[in-house]
Ligand binder design. Sequence first.
Ligand code: ZN
Ligand code: MN
Length: 483
Amino acid sequence: MSNNEVVIGLEVHVQVTSLRTKLFCGCSSDYRDKPPNTNVCPVCLGLPGVLPVLNKKAIEKAIAVALALNSKISEEIVFVRKHYFYPDLPKNYQISQYDRYGLVPVAVGGSVTIDVGGLSKTVRIRRINIEEDTGRIVYPEKTVLGSKYALVDYNRAGIALLEIVTEPDFRSPREARIFLEKLASILEHLDVADTSLEGAMRADANVSVGGKARVEIKNIGSPRDLEKALSYEITRQLNIVKSGGVIERETRHWIKERGITVPSRAKELEGEYRYFPDPDLPPVPVTAELIEKVASSLPELPDSRAKRISREYGVGDYMASVLVLHKRLCDHFEHAARACGNPKLVSSILINEFLRWLDEADIPLSVGILRLSTDRICKLVQYFEKGVVSIKLLKEYVRLAVLEDRDPEDLVKQGITTIGEEEELERLVDEVFKENPKAVSDALRDPKAINFLVGQVMKKTKGRADPKIVNEIIKRRLAEYGS
Ligand code: ZN
Ligand code: MN
């Protein structure tokens, strides 16, 4: 292994947000924005004497994910109790699955192919579990140390989760991010999860540099944060090694607001969880009929969609592979491309400009799509095709739409157009010619004297004009004078 080789593996928890109810009770799976501890019942509060009843739809969703990730589906689903003591866990055990001592999770193996800058890479999946989510601990002063007490909200306890674990196949933060984006897109196409919801997809990342100790980073909330957290962590580890220190095997926490990782509670060792099959939940057989039923209703998935898009719209394989990384972006693209034609320009607007500004300003895709609506994209395409805006100005319009919610039509009305700019410059050139008759006659004889006129026009625009364009307009005018 080379000195600084980076090895990353991921463990992703995804809430099955498309289910109506929790995994083992009838409470709503939509717990967000509800008053604390109102979305609960004796089952998800873990009160004595209650019995869990499995939500069968969760099994179907898990099978759909297993099929999409080419995983081997187990013949039987066995739930186990994973014991640990923490206030957010009402029963003091989590109902989960296990892959040892003859027990199997819902599916093992599988793979996802990602596109890293035009190169295809296969990421291996280790396993897929079904398990229940925990409650949430709320610190009144936002931080643990700053708060005198903590509160627990069990509204989230018992929400169905899928735990998807990869092999350590990533060699850079970028690859991990692309994988997580692709996984999110697959889950969205399958109608398993809306991963844009706060907390719906949480990643834990294992990272080691140069074969040294493995560090786990917990609770990363988005693909963008995953890339940031890993980059931060790798730099941190490299700096420790450089200054002669030793990397310790530990669990760290990503603090999004500060852009750093910090040490967190020591993780229990595997043996301390005291896994055993849950006697309240008999094993569920997974029949061939059930698998067939789910398989026959699988929707179009990102890989086949990318092939269709590149064929149908002629946008190129790479552009298509980026579009399908976000189901909503891809839906938006198809909608706009059909509405205003010019799919190549539409894809370029969305991928090269739109995504870039979303990322830079950390604006959610759903908000961005409202700001750069189909209607606005169509206006941009028309303005560009009619020469009302140059490609440079079009890019500026996209930026203003995404960051400031400005409508291209209003910008055109304000005269911020290529044509408007040129007309304004022509007017200024005429002014300068009138004010400097001697310089004009000099320039007619000696091309070098043009620079003085260019300088005068630039002065009038306070340096905002493009001197090249000013130069061209002046040459054009001089040619008219000379003839
Ligand atoms: Zn409940
Ligand atoms: Mn888990």
